[in-house]
Write a protein that binds this ligand. Structure first.
Ligand code: CP
Ligand code: NVA
Length: 367
C-alpha cells in the first residue's frame, strides 16, 4: 500500500476557528519547566506520564493500553474477578464542558479499581475564575494522584500538565480526545480481531475526534479516508504530521470533500456532531455547510459489505439517520462501554506498571 494523499482541498482553517475560552488568566502564563514529568522506568512503563494526545505515545504503548483494557474487561466483567490495584488512589476530574461518558467512565472505572474520583464542574472550583492554573494544579497535585480535565483550549491542558506533579489525562479539548480513540480501537479490535488491515472512513467535521483518530490510525498503520466539507478539514499541522507518519507506516491516508469516495469499500464508518461544544453560535451555518454529509444506508452502499458504524456520542440525527445509528452493525453502545475499560487502563498504567494476565492480542490482520 502506498501513502495516497489528496491534498487539493486542504487549506488552513485555523483562522476560522472560534476563539478558545481559555482557563488561563492573562497573568498566569509562566511555566516552570522543572515540573515536567518523565517516566524513569524505561520506554514500556507509562508510570508518571501525562495522557494528553496520542502523539506522545509509541504504537507499542497504545497497543499495551488496549491489551490492558481487554484484560481488565475479561477479568472483571467476564470472570467477575475483584481486583483493587488502585486502592487508596484518587483522581480529580475538572470539567469545563458537559459530559456523560467521560465523567461516568472515569468515576465508575476508578471505583472499580478501588480508588476514588472527585468531580469538579465549572461552578465547583476557582480554576480559571479567581485561581490560576498554576495554583490549582499545585493544590490538586497535593490532594490526588491523577488529574483528568475536559477544557476548551489544548493549551490549558498542556499548562495544567506542566504545573501538576501528578499525571494529567485529557478528557477532551478543542484539539483532541485520545480516550475516545482508544475506546474506538478496542471496540473495532473486539469486532474484527485486528486493527491494521482495515479501512476507516470519517465523514463529517474535521474536529477533535477526527484529530485523535487520525493520529491513532497513523500510529497503528490503519488506513483512513476523511470526507469533510470545504473549510472544515482537520488542522493542517496534524494533517502534515499524519501524512509523514503514514508514509513511514505504509498505510493509506486520503482527504476528500466527497463522502462517497471516503466510504468506498470502508470497513468502518465514523462520524461525530457537526456542532461541537463551544460552536453553538455557528449551528445554522454548519447545518447548511454539512448538507449531503448525513450518513445513510444509501451512502453505505459504497462501503464494504460488512461495514460497522461508530460515533463517540452524543449524537444528533442530522449527522446519521436512525436506520444506520440503530442498525445491529452500529457499535456505538459497545464503544460507549469501552470508554470505561480504556480509561481504567490509562489510569492504571499512569499510576503503576501492570502486566495483563491474558495473552497479548494480535493487532495486524493475519498476524
Ligand atoms: N464521547 C464523549 O466523550 O462523551 P461525553 O461528552 O458524554 O463525555
Ligand atoms: N466533537 C464533540 C465531541 C464530544 C464528545 C465536542 O467537542 O463537542
Amino acid at each position: 500500500m502506498s501513502c495516497s494523499i489528496r491534498m487539493a482541498s486542504v487549506y488552513c482553517r485555523l483562522a476560522a476557528r472560534l476563539p478558545c475560552r481559555s482557563l488561563l488568566p492573562a497573568s498566569s502564563t509562566q511555566i516552570n519547566p522543572s515540573s515536567r514529568k518523565y517516566s524513569s522506568e524505561g520506554p514500556k512503563s507509562l508510570v508518571g506520564r501525562d495522557f494528553l494526545t496520542l502523539k506522545d505515545f509509541q504504537a507499542e504503548e497504545i497497543r499495551q493500553l488496549l491489551w490492558t483494557a481487554k484484560d481488565l474487561k475479561k477479568r472483571m466483567k467476564e470472570d467477575k474477578e475483584v481486583i483493587r490495584p488502585l486502592l487508596g488512589k484518587s483522581v480529580s476530574m475538572i470539567f469545563q464542558k458537559r459530559s456523560t461518558r467521560t465523567r461516568l467512565s472515569t468515576e465508575m472505572g476508578m471505583a472499580m479499581l478501588g480508588g476514588h474520583a472527585a468531580f469538579l464542574g465549572p461552578d465547583d472550583i476557582h480554576l480559571g475564575v479567581n485561581e490560576s492554573i498554576k495554583d490549582s494544579a499545585r493544590v490538586m497535585s497535593g490532594m490526588s494522584d491523577l488529574i483528568l480535565a475536559r477544557v476548551y483550549g489544548q493549551e490549558d491542558l498542556d499548562n495544567l500538565a506542566m504545573e501538576a506533579s501528578v499525571p494529567v489525562v485529557s478528557g477532551l479539548s478543542d484539539m483532541f480526545h485520545p480516550l475516545q480513540t482508544l475506546a474506538d480501537f478496542l471496540t473495532l479490535h473486539e469486532h474484527f480481531g485486528y486493527l491494521r488491515g482495515m479501512k476507516i472512513a470519517w465523514v463529517g467535521d474535521g474536529n477533535n475526534i477526527t484529530h485523535s483518530l487520525m493520529i491513532g490510525c497513523s500510529k497503528l498503520g490503519i488506513d483512513l479516508s476523511i470526507a469533510t466539507p470545504k473549510g472544515y478539514e482537520p488542522d493542517p499541522k496534524i494533517t502534515e504530521y499524519v501524512i509523514k507518519l503514514c508514509g513511514k507506516r505504509k498505510s493509506d491516508f486520503n482527504m476528500t470533500t466527497d463522502p462517497l469516495e471516503a466510504v468506498y469499500r470502508a470497513d468502518v464508518i465514523v462520524t461525530d456532531t457537526w456542532v461541537s461544544m463551544g460552536q453553538e453560535e455557528e449551528k445554522q451555518k454548519r447545518l447548511k455547510d454539512f448538507a449531503g454529509y448525513q450518513i445513510t444506508r444509501k451512502m453505505l452502499k459504497e462501503a464494504g459489505a460488512n461495514w460497522v458504524f461508530l460515533h463517540c456520542l452524543p449524537r444528533k440525527q442530522e449527522e446519521v439517520d436512525d436506520d444506520v445509528f440503530y442498525d445491529p452493525n452500529s457499535l456505538v453502545w459497545q464503544a460507549a462501554e469501552n470508554r470505561k475499560w480504556t480509561v481504567m487502563a490509562v489510569m492504571l498504567h499512569l499510576l503503576q506498571d501492570y502486566n495483563p494476565s491474558t495473552p497479548r492480542p494480535k493487532f495486524i490482520r493475519g498476524e
